[in-house]
Each structure stands twice: as C-alpha cells, then as structure tokens.
Design a protein around this ligand. Sequence first.
Ligand code: NAP
Length: 262
Amino acid sequence: MDLGLQGKWALVCAASKGLGKGCAAALVGEGVNVVITARGDAALQATAAELRAHNPDVQVIAVAGDITTAEGRAAALAVCPQVDILINNAGGPPPGDFRDWDREAWIAALDANMLTPIALIKATVDGMAERGFGRIVNITSAAVKAPIDILGLSNGARSGLTGFVAGLARQPRLASRNVTINALLPGPFDTDRLRSTMAGAAAKSGRTVDALMVERRLLNPTRRFGSAAEFGAVCAFVCSTHAGYITGQNLLLDGGAFPGAF
Ligand code: NAP
C-alpha cells in the first residue's frame, strides 16, 4: 500500500533509539524527509546515517538537544522546512512511590510528557490546517489505559496530555482541514527503556534481568515483546493519507495484554 507520504516533512522527537527511531525509519521508508532529535549526539548521528542508508532519496536532519526545553524545541523546529507530521516523544519519567515525589519531580514529568507535546502541537498545528494536511502522533503509554502504580508520574502527565488532545483533535477547524491527532499507547516493547526498567526491578528483587525479561514476555498473550519496527509501521499508517478519518484516538499496541473487550 502506498501511504501517500512521499516528500512530506516529519519532526520525530526523541528518535535516536527505540520507538522514536522505529517511527523515523518507517516514515523514511515511505519517502518522508525527517528531522530527528535526541540529547546524545553520537547515537543520534549514527541513527541519522542508518536512516540515510535506508532511503538515500530523503533528507535526514539530526538536531541534538533536549526536546523538553524551549531551546531544544526551537532548534528542532528551526531546521524543519515545514512540519507535515509531528511525532511527539520523550523519555518517560522514573518509577517510584508518590510519597517521594516533590513538586520538582512532578513539574519535570509534566514538562516532558505533557507540556512539551502541547507546545510542539501549538507551534505546528495551525500551519498544518492552512496547508490542508497534518498528522500528529503522541507516543504515550499503555499505562494511560491501565495505570501502573509505580509509574504514577507517567500516568498523571500522560493522562493530562490525553485529556487535552481529546478536546483539541475534535476542533472542526483542525479535523475538517485533514489534521489528525492520535496517540499510540505502547505496552512492552523491546527497547533500552524496557531493559533499564527491568534492570531497576532486578536490582530490587535480587533476580537477574534475563529472568525478569523471560517472565515478563510470558505474561503477554503473544509471549513476546513488541519491536520498534512494528511500532513504526503502525505510526506510518496513522500518518498516511488513508488515515484521515482517524482522529482523537488512543491506539493500544500491547500484544493483547489489556484484558478488556475494547
Ligand atoms: P528508549 O529506547 O530509551 O529511547 C528513548 C529515546 O528518546 C532515545 O533516542 C533518547 O535519546 C531520546 N530522548 C529521551 N529523552 C529525551 C529528551 N528529553 N529530549 C530528546 N530526546 C530524548 O525509550 P523507548 O522505549 O523508545 O520509549 C519511548 C517512550 O515510550 C518513552 O516515553 C517511554 O516511557 C514510552 N514507553 C515505552 C514502553 C516500552 O516498552 N518501550 C512502554 C510504554 C511507554 P537521548 O537519551 O540521547 O536523549
């Protein structure tokens, strides 16, 4: 299926590794020019080189910076000729007990996982509407649908974003101009983030990371973790010209782990 995205420009945040990289790779494979960001320059440049090799016909621009800061966002937006597709992503907040989280911890989580995506939407969405095409995908978490107690900072910040977007996506001035805003909710995907979460759990429980990984995999109906490539393929479809009637949705990608009928 031709996704109809040749020549578009995407800003893919937090994309040197993991799910963001999976989205960038899928978009590049569809002929989309990308601006990718991450804080660490070495991994970012390596990913940019991989993406260029994947499709030499597209432009790949790498901007090192912290997307949760105003400077990081401005730097990324400055090099993107126009943002047709915006993939909002950033690292997730640390796990813990809410009794230990002070105002600073909450503000950091809100900045990263709620206010940064909102700022980037604000900077790009009206231009999309003017041009009659826009796709915004927020990478949130399965924890928005089925909150995980130790991820309270994530549950709270991402739910705030989800509620805000539910209203915004339905504004006729956006929806009727072919601008969609959706979220992808990852369950367990095999990325550095998953492994570092497991390392934390292993250190606490005295068990090995490998043992916990096997146990976690077996808890999923598919008996495996998702891959960044699978995640990216879904993202590319949601960004495609075929997906203009899908907006304001929260799409769970969890191998069927959530036990509800819908
Ligand atoms: P990952 O493998 O650790 O990759 C994170 C990427 O984001 C890296 O490229 C990282 O590069 C970049 N990044 C992190 N913070 C950034 C910042 N402030 N500014 C710019 N770039 C930043 O993580 P992932 O598994 O892909 O997770 C992506 C998101 O999905 C996270 O919010 C995570 O909590 C959420 N999620 C993941 C899973 C899962 O199973 N993997 C499940 C649920 C939710 P630098 O560190 O160099 O900046």
